[in-house]
Design a binder for this molecule. Structure first.
Ligand SMILES: Nc1ncnc2c1ncn2[C@@H]1O[C@H](COP(=O)(O)OP(=O)(O)O)[C@@H](O)[C@H]1O
Ligand SMILES: [Mg+2]
Length: 1144
C-alpha cells in the first residue's frame, strides 16, 4: 500500500509497467501468459488491464487507495494510453468523447455475479460526477443520480453465496448531459427482478436487504406503526441461515437508505407507504392455512391465525373479509361466466406467495419510476447520453438448481456477448474488409446460434414456453420439456435425455426433468420445474382486486389490473416475452451508442482478497472471449479514423497541409504521414479511413499535435501581440505627431509674439528718438522765431516808449497847466464857499435862538394846564381797559345753557357789582328763552297747565310739591278705548278732559264709595264704578261755584254747586282723589274757558259742605304719622267730619 501512494504521475502506459498493461503488447500471446499476466498484475494490486480500449477488471475484494480525488485529478483530461490502466481512464475517455465529439456513449459492464460490475458502474458514475460541471444546480442533479443507487440496492440487492451485495435485477441507467457536458438528469431501466427471492432463498442466502434493514434500523415507534417486531426469526420469509452479513450494519444502512430517499426526492409519506408495503410483505409470509373438510370431500383452505391477516388489512386498509375470501376462493371468468372454485391449502399458499412476490416486484418497479420522476432532465433540449449497463452476470449453479430465472439471466448475457461480438470482433473484421485493408481472419465463436435457440420466434425455447402456457388443456412443466425435446433435439447447443438422438440417453449428469444448454460461457443444466408457472406469473384476479380495493393510495396504484372496470380477459404477456422485448429494446439502444467495455473477472469463489484461482479466471477469460479480443486487436489496427477527421485533427503537423489542404483528404493524410516520417508498417490506408496499427503511434501523433497546438497558440499569441503592439505603436506615433505639431505651433507662436513685441519696442524707441530730434529742431526754430519776435518787440517797445515818453512829456506839460488852473479855480471857489457858509451859519443861529426863546416862553405859559387834563384821560383809559378785560374773562367763563344751572362766575370788581348781577339775570332769562324755544305745542300746553297748577297751589297746599314731577295724563281710564266704558263713552259725546276713579265721601259715615269722575269742557259727571256706565250725577261747569280743600297733603275736596240749580238738589260733592291737583287745575281751566270767570278756590283746613239738607263742617287735623300713611275721614257728629292727615 505504501508504495502505491507514492506513485508518480506517469507519462506513458509503458513506464514502470508491471507485466503488460495492454494485452495487445503481450508476447508471446497464449492463454497461459495471458492469465499469468493478469495474476502478476493482480498480485501487485494492478487490478485493471487493457485489451486495446477494453478494460479488464479483477475484483480485489478489498478497498484499494486508487479511487481518491487525487486519482480523479490525475486521470482527468489525460490521454487513454498515457497513464497506467484504470477504470477512470475509460470513464474519462467516454466522457470527453461525449462532451467534445458529441458521441453518445454506453458503458457495458459484464461479468459473473460478484465480479465487481456494480462497483465498476458506481466508480464510473462517481468519476463522471467528479469531473463534469459544477454549481449548486448541477451538484443537486449529481447527488440525486448518485443517491438513487443506495435506494435501488436496498430493494433490489441481496446477499448470495457469490456476492454479499448481489444485484438481483438488471439496471441500465442513462445519464443525460447538456452541450457543455453538465449533467441534466437520468433515466433508469430495470430488468426482471428476481422476485422468487421474496418468498424463498437458496441456502446460505438472504432475502432482499430492505427487510433486514427495516427490522434492525427502524425506530420502536415505526415498528409499532408497521405492526412489526425486531426479530428476524418471527418471519417465515426471512431465512435464518445468514440473517446477518459480516461487515454489514443493516441498521446504519437503513438510515443511509432513508436519507438517500429524501435526497432523491421522496416525500415522507411516500417513504412511509413504501415501508408499510415492505412490512405487509413480511407479514404475508406469516399467514398460514389449514384444511377444512367439506361435504363433497374437497379440502377447503382456511386462514389459521386471523390475527396476522387482520394486522395486514389494517396496515394496508383492506377489508379483511375480502382478503380472506381471496385466499379461499378463486373466480375464473370465461366468456361472461363467472365460476368460483375453492382453493385447497396448497393453492392458498401458492396464492399467498404469488401475492407477496407480485406486491414486492410491483413496488420495486414503482420505486424505479418514482426515482426516474425525480431525476429526469428538466429540459426538452437535445441531450447527450451516457448509458451505464450493470446487468446480472452469467449464473450457473453447479448443483443444477438452475431455474427459469437463471435461464433468463443467461439469455441476457448471451445477448450482451453477442453485441460485444458484433461491435468489436465482427464489426472490426467487417470494417477491415469494407475498407479494403488486408486482413487475416481470426476464428472466434459467434454465439448468435445460442441466441437463436432461445429467442427464435417460431421454434425458440421461449416461444415454445409461451405456447405451452397459452395452450388449453393440462399444461405442466413436463409437457413443456416434451415439446422442447421434440423441437430442439437437433440443435447443437441443446441437450436433453429425452431427445430422440440418444446421444445423452446414458448421460447421468443430465436428469430426466432437465435440459441443458451449451451457453457461450459454459453448459448450464436447467430444471424445468416451475418454468410454466414462473413464465405465467399468475396472480389470481381475486387477489389483485382485493389489493385494488385497499384504502392505501400506493398499493391501489400498484394493482390497476384489480380495477373491475378495466377487466381484461386477455392474458397479460408472459414474463419471458416481456423480458425478451425489453432486452431487444436495450440492444437497439446500445447499438446506437459508442460502446466502452469493462469486463469484470472474479479471482476466486471465496470473496477473498489476494487469492487468484487460475482455473476460475481461465474459465472466465475463455467464455468472455478475451483471447479472441486480443488477437483481433493485434492483427488489426489499434486506431482508425475517417480521412477528413484525421486530416482536420493533425493537419497542423505539416507545412503542406497547414492551414488548408486543397486536395482530397486521403492525399492530405498521406502527405502528412510521410512528412512526419512515420514508418509505413504503422499505418494502412483504407477506403475512407486511415488505420493506425499501434496505439503508441497515435499517442505520439497526439503528443506532437499537442506540442504543435502550443506552438500555434504561441503563434497566434505572437501575431496578436504583434498586431496589438503595432496598432498601439501606430496610435502612439500618430498621437506623437499630433502632439508635436501642436507643440511646435505653440512654440512658434510664442517666439513670434516675443519677436514681434521686441520689434515694436525697438521701433518705438527709434520712433521716439526720431520724434524727439524733430521736436528739438522744431523747438529751436520756434525759439529762433520767438527771439526774433521778442527782439522786434523790444525794439518796437523801445521805440514806442520813447515816443510815448515824448507824448507823455507833452501831455504832462499840458495837464500841469490845466491842473494848476483848476487848482487856482478851486482855491478861489473854496474861499468863496467858506465865506458863504459863514454867512449862512450866522443866519441860522439867529433863527434857532429865536425859536428857543419863543418855546421857553410858551412852555412857561402852559405848564400849569398840562397836569389837570392828563389825569382824567389816563383814568378813562384805565377804566375802559378794566371793563374790556372783565368782558373777555366773562366770555371765557360762561356757565352751561341749562336754565337750571345757577352757577355764575365770581364778581371781580366791586364797582361792577350791579352790572354783574344784571348780566346774570339777563343770561338766565336768555337761557330760559332758549329752553322754551325748544318746546312743542303739546308740551307747552302741559307746562301751561302745570303753571296754572303752580299759580293755584304753590305754597298753599302741602300736597303740591309731590305733584310737580307727575305729568297730567287726563284720561286715566282710557274711556274711548276700554270696551268696559264703551257705553259711558257714547253717553258723553264731548271730548273727555279728565277721567279717573274717585272716592265720593258718604256723609253718613265718612266712608268713600268709588265713582268714575269724568270732566268735559262744559260739565263733569259721576258714574257708578261697578257698572261702569250708570251716571249718578251730571253737573254743568257753569253751575259750579267753588272748590274747597285743605292745605294738607290729603286729597279731599269739596265741589260746591250754585244754589237753585238742578244739580244743587243733590247737594255738594265731597270727593277724595290722589290726583286732586290735576282735577282742580283742569276744572279751573275748563271753567275759565267756559265762563271767562274763575272758579273760586278755597284752601283752608276747615270748610263747610252742603249735603242735601245739612251743612257739614269738614275739619282737617294733623295726626301722628304712626297712625298710617293715608288720610282718613271719620264722622264725628252730625255736623262734623274729621279728616286725619298724617303729618309730613
Ligand atoms: N473495485 C473494487 N474494489 C474493492 N472491492 C470491490 C471492487 N469491486 C468489487 N468489490 C467487492 O466485491 C463485491 C461484489 O461486487 P459487485 O460489484 O456487487 O459484483 P457484481 O455486481 O458483479 O455482482 C462488492 O460488494 C465489493 O465488496
Ligand atoms: Mg451487481
Amino acid at each position: 500500500m505504501g508504495d502505491m501512494s507514492k506513485m508518480e504521475v506517469k507519462t506513458s502506459l509503458l513506464d514502470n509497467m508491471i507485466g503488460v498493461g495492454d494485452m495487445v503488447l503481450l508476447e508471446p500471446l497464449t492463454e497461459k501468459s495471458f492469465i499469468e499476466n493478469l495474476r502478476k498484475r493482480f498480485n501487485h494490486n494492478e487490478i485493471y488491464t487493457y485489451i486495446g480500449s477494453v478494460v479488464i477488471s479483477i475484483n480485489p475484494y478489498r478497498s484499494l487507495p486508487i479511487y481518491t480525488p487525487d486519482k480523479v485529478e490525475e486521470y482527468r483530461n489525460r490521454n487513454f494510453y498515457e497513464l497506467s490502466p484504470h477504470i477512470y481512464a475509460l470513464a474519462d475517455e467516454a466522457y470527453r468523447s461525449l462532451r467534445d465529439q458529441d458521441k453518445d456513449q454506453c458503458i457495458l459492464i459484464t461479468g459473473e455475479s460478484g465480479a465487481g460490475k456494480t462497483e465498476a458502474s458506481k466508480l464510473v458514475m462517481s468519476y463522471v460526477a467528479a469531473v463534469c460541471g459544477k454549481g449548486a444546480e448541477v451538484n443537486q442533479v449529481k447527488e440525486q443520480l448518485l443517491q438513487s443507487n443506495p435506494v435501488l440496492e436496498a430493494f433490489g440487492n441481496a446477499k448470495t453465496v457469490r456476492n454479499d451485495n448481489s444485484s438481483r435485477f438488471g439496471k441500465y441507467m442513462d445519464i443525460e448531459f447538456d452541450f457543455k457536458g453538465d449533467p441534466l438528469g437520468g433515466v433508469i431501466s430495470n430488468y426482471l427482478l428476481e422476485k422468487s427471492r421474496v418468498v424463498k432463498q437458496p441456502r446460505g442466502e438472504r432475502n432482499f436487504h430492505i427487510f433486514y434493514q427495516l427490522l434492525s434500523g427502524a425506530s420502536e415507534d415505526m415498528l409499532k406503526k408497521l405492526k412489526l417486531e425486531r426479530d428476524f426469526s418471527k418471519y417465515n420469509y426471512l431465512s435464518l441461515d445468514s440473517a446477518t452479513v459480516t461487515g454489514v450494519d443493516d441498521a446504519s444502512c437503513f438510515r443511509t437508505v432513508k436519507n438517500a430517499m429524501q435526497i432523491v426526492g421522496f416525500m415522507d409519506d411516500e417513504t412511509q407507504s413504501v415501508l408499510e408495503l415492505v412490512g405487509a410483505v413480511l407479514k404475508l409470509g406469516n399467514i398460514e392455512f389449514k384444511p377444512e373438510s367439506r361435504v363433497n370431500e374437497v379440502d377447503e383452505s382456511r386462514v389459521k391465525d386471523k390475527n396476522e391477516l387482520k394486522e395486514i388489512c389494517e396496515l394496508l386498509g383492506i377489508d379483511q373479509s375480502v382478503l380472506e375470501r381471496a385466499f379461499s376462493f378463486r373466480t375464473v371468468e370465461a366468456k361472461q361466466e363467472k365460476v368460483s372454485t375453492t382453493l385447497n391449502v396448497a393453492q392458498a399458499y401458492y396464492a399467498r406467495d404469488a401475492l407477496a412476490k407480485n406486491l414486492y416486484s410491483r413496488l420495486f418497479t414503482w420505486l424505479v419510476n418514482r426515482i426516474n420522476e425525480s431525476i429526469k432532465a428538466q429540459t426538452k433540449k437535445r441531450k447527450k447520453v451516457m448509458g451505464v449497463l450493470d446487468i446480472y452476470g452469467f449464473e450457473i449453479f453447479e448443483s443444477g438448481e438452475n431455474s427459469f430465472e437463471q435461464f433468463i439471466i443467461n439469455y441476457c448475457n448471451e445477448k450482451l456477448q453477442q453485441i460485444f461480438i458484433e461491435l468489436t470482433l465482427k464489426e472490426e473484421q467487417e470494417e477491415y474488409i469494407r475498407e479494403g485493408i488486408e486482413w487475416t481472419h481470426i476464428e472466434y465463436f459467434n454465439n448468435s446460434v445460442i441466441c437463436d435457440l432461445i429467442e427464435n420466434n417460431t421454434n425458440g425455447i421461449m416461444a415454445m414456453l409461451d405456447e405451452e402456457c397459452l395452450r388449453p388443456g393440462t399444461v405442466t412443466d413436463s409437457t413443456f420439456l416434451e415439446k422442447l425435446n421434440q423441437i430442439c433435439a437437433d440443435h447443437q447447443h441443446f441437450e436433453s435425455r429425452m431427445s430422440k438422438s440418444s446421444k445423452f440417453l446414458n448421460d447421468h449428469s443430465l436428469p430426466h426433468n432437465c435440459f441443458r444448454i451449451q451457453h457461450y460461457a459454459g453448459k448450464v443444466l436447467y430444471h424445468v420445474d416451475g418454468f410454466v408457472d414462473k413464465n405465467n406469473d399468475l396472480l389470481y384476479r381475486d387477489l389483485s382486486q382485493a389489493m385494488w380495493k385497499a384504502n392505501h393510495s400506493l398499493i391501489k396504484s400498484l394493482f390497476p389490473d384489480g380495477n373491475p372496470a378495466k377487466i381484461n380477459l386477455k392474458r397479460p404477456p408472459t414474463a419471458g416475452s416481456q423480458f425478451k422485448a425489453s432486452v431487444a429494446t436495450l440492444m437497439k439502444n446500445l447499438q446506437t451508442k459508442n460502446p466502452n467495455y469493462i469486463r469484470c473477472i472474479k479471482p476466486n469463489d471465496q470473496k477473498a482478497s489476494h487469492i487468484f484461482t487460475d482455473s476460475l479466471v481461465c474459465h472466465q477469460v475463455r467464455y468472455l472471449g478475451l483471447m479472441e479480443n486480443v488477437r483481433v486487436r493485434r492483427a488489426g489496427y489499434a486506431f482508425r479514423q475517417p480521412y477528413e477527421a484525421c486530416l482536420e485533427r493533425y493537419k497542423m503537423l505539416c507545412k503542406q497541409t497547414w492551414p488548408h489542404w486543397r486536395g482530397q483528404a486521403r492525399d492530405g493524410v498521406e502527405v502528412l504521414l510521410k512528412d512526419l516520417q512515420i514508418p509505413a508498417e504503422e499505418y494502412s490506408y483504407g477506403r475512407s479511413k486511415i488505420f493506425i496499427r499501434n496505439p503508441r503511434t497515435l499517442f505520439s501523433l497526439e503528443e506532437q499535435r499537442k506540442r504543435r497546438l502550443h506552438g500555434l497558440a504561441t503563434l497566434i499569441q505572437k501575431i496578436f501581440r504583434g498586431w496589438k503592439a503595432r496598432t498601439h505603436f501606430l496610435l502612439m506615433k500618430s498621437s506623437q505627431v499630433t502632439v508635436a505639431a501642436w507643440y511646435r505651433r505653440y512654440a512658434q507662436q510664442k517666439k513670434y509674439k516675443k519677436t514681434k513685441s521686441s520689434a515694436v519696442i525697438v521701433q518705438s524707441f527709434i520712433r521716439g528718438w526720431k520724434a524727439r530730434k524733430i521736436l528739438r529742431e522744431l523747438k529751436y526754430q520756434k525759439r529762433c522765431k520767438e527771439a526774433v519776435t521778442t527782439i522786434g518787440a523790444y525794439w518796437h517797445g523801445t521805440q514806442a516808449r520813447r515816443e510815448l515818453r515824448c507824448l507823455k512829456e507833452e501831455a504832462r506839460n499840458r495837464r500841469a497847466v490845466t491842473v494848476i488852473w483848476a487848482s487856482w479855480q478851486g482855491t478861489k471857489a473854496r474861499r468863496e464857499l467858506r465865506c458863504l457858509k459863514e454867512e449862512a451859519r450866522n443866519r441860522r443861529a439867529v433863527t434857532v435862538i429865536w425859536a428857543s426863546w419863543q418855546g421857553t416862553k410858551v412852555r412857561r405859559e402852559y405848564r400849569k394846564f398840562f397836569r389837570a387834563h392828563a389825569g382824567k384821560r389816563i383814568y378813562e383809559f384805565t377804566i375802559q381797559r378794566i371793563i374790556q378785560k372783565y368782558f373777555l374773562e366773562l366770555k371765557n367763563k360762561m356757565p352751561s345753557m341749562s336754565p337750571c344751572d345757577k352757577t355764575w362766575p365770581a364778581r371781580p370788581y366791586l364797582f361792577l357789582d350791579s352790572t354783574h348781577k344784571e348780566l346774570r339775570r339777563i343770561f338766565h332769562l336768555w337761557t330760559c328763552k332758549k329752553y322754551r324755544g325748544q318746546f312743542t305745542d303739546q308740551k307747552k300746553a302741559i307746562y301751561k297747565e302745570k303753571l296754572e297748577a303752580s299759580e293755584i297751589f304753590k305754597d298753599k297746599k302741602a300736597l303740591y310739591p309731590s305733584s310737580v314731577g307727575q305729568p297730567f295724563q287726563g284720561d286715566y281710564l282710557e274711556i274711548n278705548k276700554n270696551p268696559r266704558y264703551q257705553k259711558l263713552n257714547s253717553l258723553v259725546e264731548e271730548k273727555i278732559i279728565f277721567a279717573d276713579i274717585v272716592n265720593k265721601i258718604n256723609r253718613a259715615n265718612g266712608k268713600g264709595a268709588q265713582r268714575i269722575f269724568l270732566l268735559t269742557k262744559n260739565k263733569f259727571m259721576l258714574a257708578d264704578q261697578k257698572s261702569g256706565h250708570q251716571v249718578k250725577s251730571i253737573v254743568p261747569l257753569a253751575e259750579l261755584t267753588s272748590v274747597s280743600m285743605s292745605a294738607q297733603s290729603d286729597g279731599f275736596f269739596a265741589l260746591r254747586v250754585k244754589e237753585g240749580t238742578t244739580a244743587a238738589a243733590k247737594g255738594d260733592f265731597l270727593l277724595n282723589s290722589e290726583r286732586i291737583i290735576e282735577i282742580i287745575t283742569k276744572l279751573h281751566r275748563a271753567g275759565l274757558d267756559l265762563t271767562k270767570e274763575k272758579i273760586q278756590i278755597e284752601i283752608t283746613d276747615e270748610f263747610l259742605v252742603q249735603f242735601k239738607q245739612d251743612k257739614v263742617c269738614v275739619k282737617f287735623i294733623q295726626s301722628n304719622p304712626k297712625n298710617g300713611t293715608m288720610a282718613s275721614c271719620k264722622r264725628k257728629n252730625n255736623r262734623l267730619l274729621e279728616v286725619t292727615v298724617p303729618s309730613p
